[in-house]
Design a protein around this ligand. Structure first.
Ligand SMILES: [Zn+2]
Length: 127
């Protein structure tokens, strides 16, 4: 178990937010943005910043999951997974699942997935 000082995000100053985040890190292998923001009560953009901070520390790895909104597979299956560094796919491209050409950015839906690489506990900052 790695221990790391929590970054100075205002939404983590509440000890229960940190405790909830540590619980998520302990029981999951991947995290979604919505899980982190609802557990910590951080906004989505704060939670995103927090997860990218943890990626910078080598604790998690982020991926962009691309869904074709015209695909009716239930539950939805991503048509590709990409590094955030590569950004979204260039349009137009051919969807591998349905062979249709994706020409409109509104035809894709992007979600982020954060894979936990190392069990880690965040330690609160002492003022
Ligand atoms: Zn498709």
């Amino acid at each position: 178990m790695r221990r790391l000082e929590a970054p100075p995000f205002p939404c983590l100053s509440n000890p229960s937010a940190l405790e909830s985040l540590n619980r998520l890190l302990a029981i999951h292998s991947t995290l979604a943005l919505s899980q982190v923001s609802s557990a910590t009560r951080c906004t989505s953009s704060q939670a995103f910043g927090l997860l990218l901070y943890l990626e910078g520390k080598g604790i998690i790895e982020s991926r962009m999951l691309v869904f074709h909104v015209l695909d009716e597979t239930d539950p939805p299956v991503p048509i590709m997974g990409r590094s955030l560094l590569n950004g979204p796919p260039k349009i137009p491209f051919t969807c591998e699942r349905c062979d249709r050409t994706v020409e409109d950015p509104n035809e894709i839906h992007i979600e982020y997935e954060f894979k936990i690489l190392y069990p880690t506990e965040l330690i609160g900052q002492r003022q």
